[in-house]
Design a protein around this ligand. Structure first.
Ligand SMILES: Cc1ncc(COP(=O)(O)O)c(C=O)c1O
Length: 423
């Protein structure tokens, strides 16, 4: 049999570079198993997708049941109980009464939010934040500002998109209060000098920046933003694609603040491992979205709705959202001593979005070294941050506590070793 690596290189576009040389065979719980039978603890879960790990019986059963009926139906064809039930379950954890538009990927849900915002406000302006990642199709890419490499080959992007700094204390070198004041000042200046608030349709924000480095904004940020939007009739869309579905210790990260966004964008873990995304929005906005002006072939796929619903039920029954909060607190306690090492810029987290940030200068090479050593110790880690200066942990929410504790201990050891300290 010809080498898999060579076949891959010939058969698959190289635009997605490979992070590891692993050849995967299957997954089992929190572990991935390669073709030689070696087991790796997966702390990146397909980039925050496999919320219950691999092979969860409830998800497999839901998939089998739905597969026996049908795998796909265009959502515009007729009524489907499984899709309605899933939408109702989403309403139950986001905002009651918000109708749901289904897509397939995070970027599609972002596109839907942008189109709904422009269509219902009649305004064109869109505001997003530096360090944000909202996807890679033209609309969402116009908001993404976490690395110029995502954008530069594809300009010009969608017009009338404006960026201001996210209140990211470490990135800005400011205290949380100063970072908040800085962002407020930038936004007010933008609205005074470049675009009148009456021309702004929507502000799109990650309640915790994901790709940007697991940045948790100061507590006052979202309430202030929400009030600003309300005052000017600007819609507020929260992108919960990465931070949602219980990962931060609440169903959605925006729920740590007392706000009710106009639109909520979901993806990744929503389908329990199958691709599906959603955009839930205020009922009066959805009512004004002219039928037939937007749509999708696969969006709201019933198999993905079935697995997503099964995952949600398990999360409810096993109280995995509260558990994510508790495990996150434990993780921070274990990792926080690393903060004292020279070369570590920050250790932070909200629930099971946990990050170790290295100082910018050597950040990327240190992160690479940590990931390589992690792999040698059977642990799959993933980078984040504008220059890949961050290691982010996003384990399955049902990871065994003892296994996670041991992995965190190993990680501390690895980081100390890589920083040249004592192993
Ligand atoms: C916050 C956020 N929004 C949107 C996206 C885009 O999702 P997708 O890759 O499914 O298009 C991502 C992907 O990482 C994300 O983290």
């Amino acid at each position: 049999m010809e080498d898999l690596k060579e076949r891959h290189q010939r058969a698959i576009s190289g635009v997605i570079p490979l992070e590891t040389p692993l050849e995967f065979e299957r997954g089992e719980g929190s572990y991935l198993i390669d073709r030689s039978g070696r087991r790796y603890l997966d702390l990146m879960t397909g980039i925050a997708v496999n919320v219950l790990g691999y092979g969860h019986p409830a998800i497999l059963e839901a998939l089998q049941n739905q597969a026996q009926k049908y795998l796909h139906l265009y959502n515009g064809l007729g009524y489907q109980d499984i899709v309605v039930e899933f939408a109702e379950a989403i309403q139950g954890i986001t905002e009651p009464g918000y109708p749901v538009y289904f897509g397939n990927s995070g970027t599609e849900a972002v596109e839907a939010a942008l189109k709904l915002a422009r269509a219902t406000t009649g305004r064109s302006g869109i505001i997003a934040f530096r360090g944000a990642f909202h996807g890679r199709t033209f609309g969402s890419l116009s908001l993404t500002a976490s690395n110029a490499k995502y954008r530069s080959a594809y300009e010009p992007l969608v017009p009338m998109v404006y960026h201001v700094d996210y209140p990211a204390p470490t990135r800005l070198g400011l205290s949380p209060d100063e970072a908040l004041a800085h962002t407020q000042q930038q936004l007010m200046t933008l609205l005074a000098d470049e675009i009148d608030p009456s021309q702004v349709a929507v502000i799109v924000v990650e309640p915790v920046q994901g790709e940007g480095g697991y940045i948790i904004p100061p507590a006052g940020f979202l309430p202030w933003l929400s009030e600003l939007c309300r005052k000017h009739g600007i819609l507020l869309a929260v992108d919960e694609v990465q931070s949602g579905m219980g990962r931060t210790g609440r169903w959605f990260a925006y729920q740590h603040a007392d706000i009710h966004p106009d639109m909520i964008i979901l993806g990744k873990a929503l389908g329990g491992g199958l691709p599906i995304s959603a955009m839930a929005a205020r009922a009066d906005l959805m009512a004004r979205w002219t039928p037939g002006t937007h749509g999708t072939t696969f969006g709201g796929n019933p198999a993905a709705a079935a697995t997503g619903l099964a995952a949600l039920r398990v999360m409810h029954e096993e109280h995995l959202v509260a558990r994510a909060g508790a495990l996150g607190t434990m993780a921070l306690e274990t990792l926080r001593p690393l903060k004292d090492l020279p070369g570590i810029a920050d250790v932070r987290g909200l629930g099971l979005m946990v990050a170790i940030e290295f100082e910018a200068e050597r950040g990327e090479s240190l992160v690479t070294a940590v990931m390589e050593e992690g792999l040698r110790r059977n642990m799959i880690l993933h980078p984040a941050g504008l220059r890949h200066e961050v290691i982010r942990l996003m384990p399955p929410l049902n990871i065994d506590q003892a296994v996670f504790e041991t992995a965190l201990g190993e990680l501390v050891d690895i980081v100390r070793g890589v920083m040249g300290g004592k192993r």
